[in-house]
Design a protein around this ligand. Structure first.
Ligand SMILES: [Mg+2]
Length: 306
């Protein structure tokens, strides 16, 4: 099965403006659906992690909608790009974006955390064919992504590996061992993205164990570092392309985000990290804030499969 020829950063810079605008509009719509679906799934589950799902939705939509050489019909292709959700508790957003892009049924993916459902609170590699590895034990997904990148290099594959980490996750020592290893092996096929929403379970990062100076830390580990607004789709797309064109070093994109983004009563409130139960009123308010129409809200929340 053929994969698209990778686009270089030069191509991206010269890309027809209208094409880029069209892509941004598509990804923006995907991100909106991702947030709405994740809220609905968490409502039906009676628990889940909405804060980080909201903060990472634009990053995930940009990856699945425009960056990854990964589509539903090539999930077993040896040369597909890999995506690892190292912050596994962001699963509701992963399932939602995957549903939007045809990897699974949107209705089925509303069965988050239900007994017997493949859509558990953290992604499971044996449950879903497009999940590359089970994650949720923080720090470990990044190391698995590192191993995938090393393996692809050994196979002389052009495929790339992307992994999304939470900022609280960076307090795990394993992350820095993997960072050191990736630079040592010149893994320019590895791109880590940090969902830098400044909050983690219970509190602010800097009240628990501070991360700053974060960019300097990654530079010291010899990674190519970019800092972006993690909700600016256009900036995300261009930065992914630049990372793909970086030779000789792994890339990290520090994406500044807002926890709970798009749902005003959740934004920047640590209590909405998880695991929280959403009332019907809260779910309706969140969906309305995320741009869902009245009939769409009913469809999401009254679905019996959820
Ligand atoms: Mg966080």
């Amino acid at each position: 099965m053929g994969l698209a020829k990778p686009i270089t950063a030069k191509d991206a810079d010269e890309e027809d403006k209208a094409t880029l605008e069209g892509l941004v509009a598509d990804v923006t719509a995907a991100a909106r659906f991702t947030r709405q679906h994740a809220i609905a799934a968490i409502y039906h589950a009676g628990s889940g992690h909405p804060g980080g799902a909201m903060s990472s939705a634009d990053i995930l939509a940009a990856l699945f909608g425009a960056e990854l050489n990964l589509w539903p019909d090539i999930v077993n292709d040896a040369h597909r790009d890999r995506f690892v959700l190292s912050k596994g508790h962001g699963a509701p957003a992963l399932y939602a974006v995957a549903a939007h892009y045809g990897f699974c049924s949107p209705r089925a993916a509303l069965a988050l955390r239900k007994l017997g459902s493949p859509y558990q609170g953290h992604p499971h590699v044996l449950d879903l064919p497009w999940v590359e590895t089970s994650t949720g034990s923080l720090g470990q997904g990044f190391s698995v992504a590192l191993g995938m990148a090393m393996g692809l290099k050994l196979q002389k594959s052009q495929a790339r590996v992307y992994t999304l980490l939470g900022d609280g996750e960076l307090q795990e020592g394993e992350v820095w061992e993997a960072a050191m290893c990736a630079a040592h092996h010149n893994l320019d096929n590895l791109c880590a993205i940090i969902d830098y929403n400044k909050l983690q379970s219970d509190n602010r990062n800097d009240a628990i164990m501070r991360l700053e100076p974060l960019a300097a830390k990654w530079r010291a580990f010899d990674w190519a570092v970019a800092e972006v607004d993690g909700h600016d789709i256009s900036e995300l797309l261009r930065t992914f392309r630049r990372a793909a064109a970086t030779a000789g070093r792994p890339s990290v994109i520090i994406a500044h985000t807002v926890k709970g983004k798009g749902v005003p009563y959740m934004e920047n409130i640590p209590a909405w990290h998880g695991s929280v139960k959403l009332t019907r009123e809260q779910a309706e308010e969140a969906l309305a804030a995320l741009g869902a129409q009245r009939d769409e809200i009913r469809e999401f929340l009254d679905d019996r499969n959820g």
